[in-house]
Ligand binder design. Structure first.
Ligand SMILES: C[S@@+](CC[C@H](N)C(=O)[O-])C[C@H]1O[C@@H](n2cnc3c(N)ncnc32)[C@H](O)[C@@H]1O
Length: 229
C-alpha cells in the first residue's frame, strides 16, 4: 500500500482530509471547496477522481494512515442497502460496522455517509437534502459523525416538486433521482454539479455541496475551539 506523502497533522497549510471509498469524488470535491487538501482512496482505479488518489482497501488504509489526517470522510458501498440493488437480488458485504471501528481507532474526527436503506445502521445520522443547498434534486443522504465532531441538522425545506421514478427520464417540472442506469447524464452533471463524472460516478455520488457544508462546519468548530482556548 503506497504511503501518502507527508501525512502528519499540521504538515500541510490546508487541513488534510482522507476521502475513503472515494469513487469519482463527489464528496472529495466538496471538502476541497471547503478548503481541505484531499486524498482519496478506493479499491478500484478512479481515473476521473480530480484530487490525489491511492488505490487500496479503504479500511486497511484508514487503519494504516488515518491517524495522520485532520478529518476522515467515509462512504462505504451502499449497494447492500439500495432499493434498486435489492430488487436485482445483488448482495454486497456490509462495511458500515467495520468502517466505524476503523474510524474510531484513529482517534480523529470523522463523518460516514450512506443512503436511506442503511440509515438504521447509522448512529444518530443527520440527513441532507439537495433542496437545502438550492439543488434541483432531493437525493437524501445520511451522515453519522464521530471522533468528537457533531453536526447540527440544517433546515429541510418542504418537497414541493414531484420526483420522477427511479432511473426514469425526468419530465419537465420534475426532479430526477439519477440512480441505476438513469438517462440524462449531462443534466445530472449540471444539477448535482459534478461535470467531470460519467454515469457510474454520478449514480454513486454525494453532491459536493453536502460535503462542502460538512467541511465548513468542521472548520468552524475548530475555529470556535481556538477562540475558546
Ligand atoms: C458509494 S461509492 C462512493 C461515492 C463517493 N463518496 C462520491 O461522493 O462520489 C463507494 C465506493 O467504494 C468503493 N469500494 C467498495 N469497497 C471498497 C473497499 N473495501 N475499499 C475501498 N473502496 C471500496 C467502490 O469502488 C465505490 O467506488
Amino acid at each position: 500500500m503506497a504511503q501518502p506523502t507527508d501525512n502528519r497533522p499540521g504538515s500541510s497549510p490546508r487541513p488534510r482530509l482522507l476521502d475513503a471509498f472515494c469513487c469519482q469524488g463527489g464528496a472529495g470535491k466538496g471538502y476541497r471547496d471547503a478548503g481541505f487538501e484531499v486524498t482519496g482512496v478506493d479499491k478500484d482505479p478512479q481515473p476521473r477522481y480530480p484530487l490525489a488518489f491511492h488505490q487500496a482497501d479503504a479500511i486497511d488504509f484508514i487503519g494504516a494512515f488515518g491517524a495522520g489526517f485532520d478529518f476522515i470522510h467515509a462512504s462505504p458501498p451502499c449497494q447492500h442497502d439500495t432499493d434498486c440493488q435489492r430488487i436485482r437480488g445483488n448482495t454486497h458485504p456490509d462495511l458500515i460496522g467495520p468502517t466505524r471501528e476503523a474510524l474510531n481507532a484513529t482517534g480523529r474526527p470523522w463523518a460516514m455517509e450512506n443512503v436511506r436503506g442503511a440509515a438504521a445502521k447509522l448512529r444518530n445520522p443527520v440527513m441532507l437534502c439537495g433542496t437545502t443547498f438550492g439543488l434541483e434534486t432531493y437525493r437524501h443522504r445520511f451522515f453519522e459523525t464521530g471522533g468528537g465532531f457533531t453536526l447540527t441538522p440544517p433546515e429541510h425545506p418542504e418537497h414541493t416538486v414531484p420526483q420522477a421514478k427511479m432511473g426514469r427520464p425526468v419530465p419537465p417540472g420534475y426532479f430526477g433521482q439519477y440512480v441505476g442506469n438513469f438517462s440524462g447524464v449531462q443534466a445530472a452533471r449540471d444539477i448535482l454539479k459534478v461535470p467531470w463524472m460519467n454515469r457510474d460516478g454520478i449514480r454513486e455520488c454525494i453532491p459536493p455541496a453536502y460535503t462542502e457544508w460538512i467541511g465548513r462546519a468542521f472548520l468552524a468548530s475548530l475555529a470556535a475551539l481556538e477562540v475558546a482556548a
